[in-house]
Design a protein around this ligand. Structure first.
Ligand code: GLC
Length: 433
């Protein structure tokens, strides 16, 4: 059984947390240090000294992870991923490698430890994000103002000695993260575009990781390795071939960016979860807590919308697999055994249709959150009816207005067989009278 089937694919919905010293200043995560990047249009441009000086005065609140993870659990999420060290190089745990992190600036504080403990308390699987680049490390080498603007493919190479030192640093930090905190379910790399796979020593890292945590999942940003694909800020039109996870911001920034109020609506975000699940993927939805570690109000509001929606409809998401073909229903669908969930993302103006399903095996139609069975009609080809064929047809359901969810109504069709694998039974034409 592929590693991802144990918990990752059934989980479907997770929390991404981007937290670091940038939050205290209200800047986007790391990118302001190098003057910004396309794709993060609201990122600032901050001189390197100013950027790093901010980290010296940041006292991260150890109670913050409990707030995030309690909110994630309430919203129906099943796992969480924390930026343990982003591109700017600041470590959220007391690492003995390098001098940039809480070990020096906030002795006694271990945000990774608090995060791991909070996840375990709330039953969430644990993911640790770790940036391969470190724009502060002396051997990487560090990013300086003279290197602006940041150009893809142009980051200066380390010396041969520097490279060996940097590789040892990566191995050291990864070993700490995967040794000191018990079982970690996934390690989430990022930033591989800056160096060749050989310079990261991806094979050596993979070996080290699997030796430390045999059951861990590695995302595909460790080049040539990885258990799942990570489309960013995007829902693929066609699902990727293997397991995958869309990572998505609620606004246009990963970190707590004080000037970014470009939020997606709660309905847009919930619809994205339905779309992703319908294609057999996961949604890793991001929050950027503020400098004190609190979830900014617009983000907390959106998690509360998920909570309301998931309490009623979570059964159509968690543990589901990809649904029917797009022509079978005007909207995403998900499957769980003999249950077919149809996600209505638009308000119907007429009865809705589900096509190409074994209509004679339909037991019941309901709306999630309501126990009454709904009336429905079926349409089958006239000749099938005449010949009494146990075949495929169309189900037409009138969705009462009073039962509709304001964001996304989920219809559940319960069959006495797996509706996606049913084979029609052909009539015996040999023995016609
Ligand atoms: C990008 C960005 C980074 C962010 C990540 C999340 O790679 O560089 O800031 O953490 O995406 O997927």
């Amino acid at each position: 059984m592929p590693r991802t089937e144990h918990w990752f694919e059934p989980a479907r919905f997770g929390l991404f947390v981007h937290w670091g010293p940038w939050a205290q200043a209200g800047w986007e995560a790391s990118w302001p240090l190098v003057g910004g990047v396309v794709g993060l249009p609201l990122g600032q441009d901050i001189p390197a000294d100013t950027y790093h000086a901010n980290a010296e005065t940041w006292q991260p609140n150890p109670a913050a992870p409990e707030e995030w993870i309690a909110a994630a659990a309430a919203a129906g999420m099943r796992y969480a991923v924390l930026t343990t060290r982003h591109h700017d190089g600041f470590a959220l745990w007391p690492s003995s490698y390098g001098d940039y992190g809480v070990a020096r600036t906030a002795p006694g504080v271990d945000i990774v430890g608090e995060f791991v403990a909070a996840c375990r308390r709330h039953g969430l699987k644990i993911g640790l994000y770790y940036s391969l680049p470190d724009w502060h490390h002396p051997a990487y080498p560090p990013f300086t103002d003279a290197m602006r603007p940041y150009v893809f493919g142009q980051y200066p190479a380390p010396t041969a000695e520097g490279l060996a030192e940097y590789q040892a640093y990566l191995r050291g930090q990864i070993t700490e993260l995967l040794t000191d905190y018990g079982t970690i379910e996934t390690i989430w790399f990022d930033g591989a575009w800056e160096r060749s796979p050989e310079m990261w020593d991806v094979d050596g890292l993979e070996q080290l990781i699997r030796q430390l945590q045999p059951d861990i999942l590695i995302n595909n940003r460790l080049p040539n390795h990885g258990d799942f694909d990570t489309p960013e800020q995007f829902v693929p039109p066609e699902p990727p071939p293997g397991p995958w996870e869309t990572c998505l911001t609620m606004n246009k920034s990963w970190g707590f960016n004080a000037i970014d109020d470009h939020y997606k609506s709660p309905a847009t975000l919930i619809h994205t979860l339905c779309e992703v699940a319908g294609k057999g993927g996961n949604l890793l939805l991001n929050i950027g807590p503020d400098g004190d570690g609190h979830i900014p109000q617009p983000q907390a509001d959106r998690l509360a919308h998920f909570q309301r929606w998931m309490e009623r409809n979570g059964e159509a998401i968690i543990g589901s697999s990809a649904g029917l073909k797009p022509w079978q229903f005007h909207g995403p669908t998900t499957l769980k055994g003999q249950m077919l969930y149809c996600h209505l993302l638009m308000q119907p103006v007429a009865p809705v249709s589900v096509r190409g399903v074994p209509v004679h095996h339909l037991q019941q139609v309901r709306i999630l959150g309501h126990s009454e069975a709904l009336p429905y009609e079926i349409r089958v080809p006239v000749m099938d009816e005449l010949m009494d064929i146990d075949g495929m047809g169309e189900v037409m359901i009138d969705v009462p207005e009073a039962y509709r969810d304001p964001v996304a109504t989920v219809l559940v069709l319960e069959f006495d067989c797996d509706p996606a694998r049913f084979e029609p039974v052909a009539p015996d034409m040999e023995n016609l009278a």
